[in-house]
Design a protein around this ligand. Sequence first.
Ligand SMILES: Cc1cc2nc3c(=O)[nH]c(=O)nc-3n(C[C@H](O)[C@H](O)[C@H](O)COP(=O)(O)O)c2cc1C
Length: 191
Amino acid sequence: MNLYDVILSRRSIRQFKADSLAREALVRIVEAGRLAPSAANLQPLEFMIVDDRDICPKFFPCLKWAAYIAPQGNPRPGQEPAAYVVVLVNTAVREKMFEYDVGAAVENMILTALADGIGSCWLISIDREKAAQILGVPEGFRIDSVLALGRPAESPVVEELKDSAKYWKDDEGRLHVPKRPLARVLHLNKF
Ligand SMILES: Cc1cc2nc3c(=O)[nH]c(=O)nc-3n(C[C@H](O)[C@H](O)[C@H](O)COP(=O)(O)O)c2cc1C
């Protein structure tokens, strides 16, 4: 797949196969995040790979999935993520306005993962206090986002957004994700 096809085919994945992910694949994903654009090149972000068999099940309950359809969108037992990249902000480097950096880094990681056949879901609904305790995150670092990763066990589809942005699941359990059509968001020269 070329880059454009990867971008267009990307969907948030919340059901994963049981396969584990190679540490090298996870480090490659973080490398793509590390080299993302950074405002003023301050680089306030650090990245924690969580792939330990004992830690993952403890960390999983810190995450909230697919709020519009909860609990239907939760990873089913046995379909939890194989690993996570936790995006940390070093607040001594930057206390605010780091969100653009996070966006660029996370999207780089999402696309790098998908190019290797690894699905992901970007999460910010996190019990940060509990997560920081489990992962031993020190003072001065804030957990911003979590990228949950694994081989996809679902194939969500995009559909045209009509009156609601709420994604939904059909009778076969397939997730439908409404998106505003191009004609409604594209402006040519004048609004
Ligand atoms: C900043 C951000 C935070 C998100 N947080 C969560 C989250 O906490 N839990 C979750 O299940 N999905 C989360 N998502 C995924 C969105 O629900 C998803 O991107 C949206 O429904 C569109 O679906 P798509 O990614 O397949 O295009 C988040 C996405 C973004 C960009």
